[in-house]
Write a protein that binds this ligand. Sequence first.
Ligand code: AMP
Length: 289
Amino acid sequence: MSVVPARSEAMPRVVHSVVTLRKAVAAFHAKGERVAVVPTMGALHDGHLALVEAGRREAERIVVTIFVNPSQFAPSEDFSRYPRDFDGDLAKLAGLRTDLVFAPDVGTMYPKGFATRVTVSGVSEGLCGAMRPHFFGGVATVVTKLLNQCGADVAMFGEKDYQQLLVVKRLAADLDIPTRITGVPTVREADGVAMSSRNVYLTPEQRRVAPELFATLNRVAAIACAGGNVATAITEGIASLGKAGFGPVDYLALCDAESLVPVVRLDRPGRVLGAAWLGGTRLIDNVPA
Ligand code: AMP
């Protein structure tokens, strides 16, 4: 459903070039205003909008970037059919008083001769990094560029993509990017399913099955927190996902919340993370433990 902005809600200014983006951000900074950036691939839902609202609490000005980044999709993945709704996105952002939307085209982000790739070792290697080897290199490269292009004071990223959040924190620290990286809790549907632009791919039957992923993560987290047998909980969790109607489970793991190294006991904050297929759609989710 697309949201029609009320008459009083100004549509955000849309800029396509890095020069114009930098000028606009410099003008905010010249007035002493802080700037928050929210990087997205568009097809915005309430999870993205929570990032904008969180940004509003940190800064006077909000920049949302909308760019479906080809370099984080493998050739076999859904780049060409990834949902796109630019006008709907602008209407939703107008309702939240977004100041600027940066919507570069592929040629702006990857001009002829582009030859650099940002690689983050450690936190990017397991979990989604092991299953999608192209993915975090693409994410790290585009996020490094977006942070440099925007020069914001703070950048908002969702805990929904928990491994991505840690990868971005790592690269910002390692590359001396002065933008503060802030995580925002996952926004869920009433039945617990984490909001995602890709949920539109699910058939009604798959959508009925989807809450079992969050339920499974919570069961594993509860057993881990109670000092129970984590290996058994994970084996049973994978079985229950299959029984509910999920296809292959890419991973279901209890990890250290900072390093993402798998653990079997919780001496420090942990995270239970899972990725599983429902038909042709891969769902990911995670919860604290
Ligand atoms: P995407 O457009 O899927 O690349 O996501 C853009 C940003 O929104 C990323 O930082 C995501 O982690 C975040 N995000 C996506 N879904 C949610 C959600 N359900 N709750 C909170 N943040 C989310």
